[in-house]
Design a protein around this ligand. Structure first.
Ligand code: AMP
Ligand code: MG
Length: 424
């Protein structure tokens, strides 16, 4: 999809555009068309870069490992000194330990004792593991059947000098920290942290610490949002709880858009409430209200408030989380500087429980993926799929993704499963 001039221009130029029945994939595509990633770069000490996004390619100035070294405890030798059919007896000339290379010149017919990580002397090309050799005095007896080059980790076999090890846009995870450290690099350029402001709307909501009156509930969405945002590695700005009052919502939206790159709200996008919110957001920017053809998470608002990106999530706690996983997570990763975020891992598993579903919408039912006694991975429903049943999200480690056209599904059917474990 080409990047259009404005969000409403995109909508009006698209003959398939139907805000009342927006397919999940289409909504993702629309959102994607408007995302402009952060560009400010900062240099950080390596450890502080954990969870950040690299703003520059990282090239290696060296081979890793820097020298040929042994993958085993054993004996290093010239392959040419061995008789592949009959084995050989070599004379032990010394030892090469990790960090303590053998410094002599190895004469033909000699071998050195070598430990894992020890430098393979330049004359040698083969290591025999100690379990296969026999030592007798200062001689080592090597049986037949050795392969040239065995058990030698070659210089540059992990990373070769000059290679681009990581590209701009790479998230720095523990393995990247270690690899960058292995290159001797102590500082990296990363994009600045994305700022995301969020607030809840709803007259029925009471912050924790408050006493619940009749018809009131505690505001939980700000906590799930805080958790999801923090896990993604953005700066989460909690702007609190806002009444269903046009002036209060407008003020909160202005404050949020001024303070952050992204504004996320929960509640106020369902049909009954959307009207006045639409007017407010229309004054501050350009926002589209969609009924996504999905369950849960049907209403979703997306747009811009000034320069800030806006996501209006549904108030139902499960819907807010599901829409975050399906739309917001990927969008925030793009804004953080990751050009092609990995989608949630998807796999197929046999569902051991029957599933009730009416055709017409993509459903993201909460599931529990586990290994049965035969070692097979199967999935089962968490039970009640109501969009207010937040315990279903806590029990789930996956979404069972049922396509639009799908109807009731008997137990034993193979289903698509999106893995959530470790994602946020
Ligand atoms: P809404 O989208 O505002 O119509 O809200 C839909 C449902 O979600 C209602 O039952 C609300 O009470 C509930 N809800 C809205 N916001 C929150 C919140 N922040 N925490 C917990 N539940 C909420
Ligand atoms: Mg509400």
């Amino acid at each position: 999809m080409n990047r259009p001039g404005s969000i409403s221009a995109l909508a009006s130029s698209d003959s398939d555009y139907d805000p009342n029945s927006m397919p999940v994939a289409k909504a993702r595509e629309y959102i994607r068309a408007f995302l402009s990633p952060v560009s400010t770069v900062e240099r950080l000490h390596l450890r502080a870069a954990l969870g950040r996004v690299l703003a520059e390619d990282i090239a290696s100035t060296m081979n890793v490992p820097a020298y040929d070294n042994s993958a085993m405890d054993g004996y290093a030798m010239r392959f040419a000194d061995l008789n592949p059919e009959a084995g050989a007896t070599l004379k032990l000339a010394g030892s090469a330990l990790a960090g303590k290379p053998y410094t002599g010149m190895l004469a033909p017919g000699q071998a050195v004792r070598i430990m894992t990580g020890g430098v393979v002397p330049p004359e040698c090309d083969t290591v025999v593991m100690q379990e296969r050799a026999t030592v007798s005095g200062d001689a080592v007896i090597i049986p037949a059947g050795q392969q040239q080059g065995q058990n030698v980790r070659r210089a540059g076999s992990d990373i070769s000098a000059g290679a681009v090890v990581f590209k701009r846009g790479q998230i720095v995870r523990p393995a990247e920290l270690g690899m960058i450290a292995s290159l001797g690099i102590g500082e990296v350029a990363v994009f600045r942290r994305l700022r995301v402001a969020f607030f809840s709307t709803g007259d029925e909501l009471v912050p924790i610490g408050g006493v619940l009156g009749p018809g009131q509930i505690h505001d939980s969405n700000r906590y799930t949002l805080f958790g999801m945002l923090t896990r993604l590695g953005v700066e989460a700005l909690d702007l609190g709880l806002v009444r269903d009052d046009p002036a209060a919502i407008e003020a909160a939206c202005r404050e949020a858009a001024g303070a952050a790159d992204v504004v996320i709200t929960s509640g106020g996008v369902s049909v009954g409430e959307a009207d006045f919110v639409k007017q407010i957001l229309g004054r501050l920017g350009e926002v589209l209200f969609w009924k996504i053809a999905m369950k849960p998470g049907r209403p979703l608002a997306y747009g811009k408030l000034g320069a800030a990106h806006f996501f209006g999530l549904p108030g139902n706690p499960v819907s807010a989380m599901v829409t975050f996983y399906q739309f917001v997570r990927e969008a925030l990763l793009v804004l953080m500087g990751v050009p092609q975020p990995q989608p949630l891992p998807m796999l197929q598993a046999v569902c051991t429980t029957p599933i009730k579903k009416a055709p017409g919408r993509t459903e993201f039912q909460r599931g529990i993926l586990s290994q049965d006694t035969d070692g097979q991975w199967t999935v089962r429903s968490t039970g009640d799929q109501g969009s207010g049943i937040l315990s279903s999200m806590s029990q789930a480690n996956c979404f069972i993704v049922l396509p639009e056209a799908q109807g009731n599904t008997p137990a034993g059917t193979s289903v698509d499963v999106q893995v959530l474990e470790g994602i946020l």
